[in-house]
Design a protein around this ligand. Sequence first.
Ligand SMILES: *[C@@H]1O[C@H](CO)[C@@H](O)[C@H](O)[C@H]1NC(C)=O
Ligand SMILES: *[C@@H]1O[C@H](CO)[C@@H](O)[C@H](O)[C@H]1NC(C)=O
Length: 219
Amino acid sequence: MGVLWFLFVILAAGKALELKNQQYHQMPQLFQLDDYEKCLANGRGAFCLGSFNLVAPPNNRLFNVIQKISEERYNFNHTRIHRGYCVSSRCSDVEEVSLRRKFVKCVKNITQTHHGFDAKLSSLDYCKTSKTPPSRPIDGLDVAFIYFSGLILLMNVIGTIYDFARNPDHKPNRYLITWSLVESWKRLANSYESGNPRLTSLNPINGIKFSGSVLEWPS
Ligand SMILES: *[C@@H]1O[C@H](CO)[C@@H](O)[C@H](O)[C@H]1NC(C)=O
Ligand SMILES: *[C@@H]1O[C@H](CO)[C@@H](O)[C@H](O)[C@H]1NC(C)=O
């Protein structure tokens, strides 16, 4: 029984593949990517990347086939095509000032001319020229750092508010008062005039503490 089932799967897969091979080259290519580096190496180069949905006239035979192929579980969705064009060279005959519109018109024109389908922009990833400053995407570590800094800032706010609101005659909560900016500034700027010779002899340390905080300030 297991062997029969296995054979059935192989045959079914073979049939699907056959259909795919037959029609494959009639479909608009899933991806078309121009050479990004070469494009932007030119001082006037411009490169756009985006995805488009194919739109066909009703009852278009090829489009129905494409939809059917796309519904198969392990196939790409071929009704959504992905294009990365060197707009400055590939689309030089499209009259548009806006890069985005130039790109969209260009993809529409090429898809229409080669396959007879309309293409509707579904998402534009970017348009870049050689003058666009390079950007680095925000990653998990950046987000963690933002949360961490935000938490410290929040504790400062809570501590400072607590410091202002508390009754000065009572002993402050030492966990909250640690975060108070006013209290921290006092501790940073004041030396301990305690009259205790052991503490007074440590006064130079305050200088180091202060220089340390000034040095750390710009970072
Ligand atoms: C393929 O993509 C199009 C456009 O995003 C969507 O409408 C359609 O449902 C998708 N088809 C499948 C089988 O996922
Ligand atoms: C595509 O662009 C060419 C050249 O600009 C133009 O002659 C042609 O009519 C356009 N085709 C479509 C379908 O827009």
